[in-house]
Design a protein around this ligand. Structure first.
Ligand SMILES: Cc1ncc(COP(=O)(O)O)c(C=O)c1O
Length: 372
C-alpha cells in the first residue's frame, strides 16, 4: 500500500518507555497521563489506550467532552477533568464516573446541583499561576463549602491539586513559593476534616526535576510524548520523541537561478537548483512562521524549507541532490536518522514544541506502530 502523502507515525513503544521512565522518576507516586487536546496532537483514544496498557494509573483531560469521548471509547479507569465553563454537563460526567474539578464555590455548587448522585470531586487551589483554582479567601470558602457538602453526604472530595507556573525553570523562586502555598492549602483542607486522598502538583518538568513536589500523583503530558519541557535542559530521565511527521514529495523539478518561490516571492534561487514540493501546509498545522527557517530530511540530507508555507504545501531546496516524485520527506521525528525534531521546528518557528505537535491535524493520517 502506498504511504499517505501526509502522515504522523506514532511509536507506541517509545510512548510506553517514556511513561515507564517517568514512573521510575516518581516511584512513590501514582501517574496521570495527560491526553487533552487530542493527546497533544498524537490522537487521544489510541494514546489513552496505550497509556493504560503501559500501566498509567490515571488519565487527565481538560474538558468534560474529552472525558466523555474517552468513556465512549470504552475507557473505564480513573479519569479527571478540570476545565469547564458554566452550564457544562456535569450530570453526564458523574454518570460516566468521571472525576471533576471544582475551582470555586460557584463551580462546586453547580456540580452538586447537576449531579444525579454523589459526585467525586477534586478541589483546585491557585498557588500562583492565577489561572483556574481558588485563591486565598476563595480557597477557604471552597474548603468550608466542600466540608459541609461532604458531611451532608452530597460529595466525595477525592483530591486536592494545583499547577506550577515555572516548573520548566527548576531554580525559579516561584516553584518553592507555590509548593509552600500548596502544603498550606492541604493543611487547611485536613483541618476542615477532609482527608484529601490524592494530592498532586507536578506536570512533566516538575516530575523530572522536583521530587519534593511529587506528593501522591504526578501529571505527565509533554514528557510522555518524548519532548523535553525545556529544550535547553538535559534531563537524567531518557525520553524519546513519539511522533514522526513525514510526507512524500508531490513534485520535484529544476528551477533556474533567479526563480522566486511561493507566495510573496520571499525566496530566490541563487543558482539553478532542484526543488521538492511537500504536501503539508498550515492546513495540517505547519506554522507559516517556519517559512524560510525550518529544515526537513529529504534526499538523504537536511534541506531548507524555502519560501512561504502555504495552506496545503511548502517547497524545499534539494540543490543538486537527486530525488523523485513520491520520495519520503521527514519533517521531524526522534532525530535518530538525522531528521529535525519537534524542538528544532519550535525554534525555527518561534514557538514551543508543545504547540508544534498539538496543532497537527487537518489531512494528516495517523499511523500507530508498536504497543502491546
Ligand atoms: C492541569 C495540567 N496538569 C498537567 C499538565 C501536563 O503538563 P506537561 O505537558 O508540561 O507535562 C497540563 C498541561 O498543560 C495541565 O493543564
Amino acid at each position: 500500500m502506498t504511504a499517505p502523502q501526509a502522515e504522523a507515525v506514532i511509536d507506541l513503544d517509545a510512548f510506553g518507555a517514556n511513561l515507564e521512565a517517568l514512573a521510575a522518576c516518581a516511584p512513590s507516586s501514582a501517574q496521570m497521563t495527560v491526553v487533552k487536546a487530542d493527546a497533544y496532537g498524537h490522537g487521544m483514544v489510541p494514546m489513552a489506550r496505550a497509556a493504560r496498557a503501559a500501566g498509567t494509573d490515571w488519565l487527565g483531560v481538560a474538558t468534560l467532552a474529552e472525558a466523555l469521548a474517552l468513556r465512549e471509547s470504552g475507557d473505564t479507569g480513573d479519569l479527571l477533568c478540570w476545565l469547564a465553563a458554566p452550564g457544562a454537563d456535569y450530570a453526564a460526567a458523574v454518570e460516566a464516573d468521571v472525576e471533576v474539578t471544582a475551582s470555586s464555590t460557584d463551580q462546586l455548587a453547580e456540580i452538586l446541583a447537576a449531579a444525579p448522585r454523589r459526585p467525586r470531586v477534586q478541589l483546585k487551589v491557585d498557588t500562583g499561576l492565577s489561572r483556574n483554582g481558588a485563591l486565598g479567601r476563595e480557597w477557604t470558602a471552597l474548603v468550608a463549602a466542600a466540608a459541609a457538602a461532604q458531611a451532608a453526604g452530597r460529595v466525595e472530595v477525592t483530591g486536592i491539586w494545583s499547577h506550577f507556573a515555572c516548573a520548566d525553570e527548576p531554580a525559579h523562586p516561584a516553584n518553592d513559593a507555590q509548593e509552600a502555598v500548596f502544603v498550606a492549602a492541604v493543611d487547611e483542607l485536613t483541618a476542615a476534616g477532609i482527608e484529601p486522598g490524592l494530592r498532586h502538583l507536578c506536570n512533566s518538568p516538575a516530575t523530572l526535576t522536583r521530587p519534593s513536589a511529587h506528593f501522591d500523583m504526578v501529571r505527565v503530558g509533554i514528557a510522555a510524548y518524548g519532548i523535553r519541557p525545556d529544550p535547553g535542559m538535559t534531563y537524567e530521565t531518557p525520553l524519546t520523541p513519539v511522533l514522526t511527521l513525514r510526507g512524500r514529495l508531490a513534485q520535484v523539478k529544476r528551477i533556474p537561478a533567479g526563480a522566486k518561490v511561493s507566495y510573496g516571492q520571499t525566496w530566490t534561487a541563487e543558482r539553478d537548483t532542484t526543488v521538492g514540493l511537500v504536501p503539508l501546509g498550515y492546513g495540517e498545522g505547519i506554522a507559516v512562521s517556519a517559512s524560510n527557517r525550518a529544515e526537513v530530511l529529504a534526499a538523504g540530507a537536511r534541506v531548507p524549507l524555502v519560501g512561504r508555507v502555504c495552506m496545503d504545501q511548502f517547497v524545499v531546496d534539494l540543490g543538486e541532490r537527486s530525488a523523485r516524485r513520491g520520495d519520503a520527506v521527514v519533517l521531524f521525528g526522534p532525530g535518530h536518522d538525522g531528521e529535525p525534531t519537534a524542538e528544532d521546528w519550535a525554534t525555527a518557528s518561534g514557538t514551543i514544541a508543545y504547540e508544534v505537535v498539538t496543532r497537527l491535524g487537518g489531512r494528516i493520517v495517523r499511523t500507530y506502530e508498536g504497543g502491546a
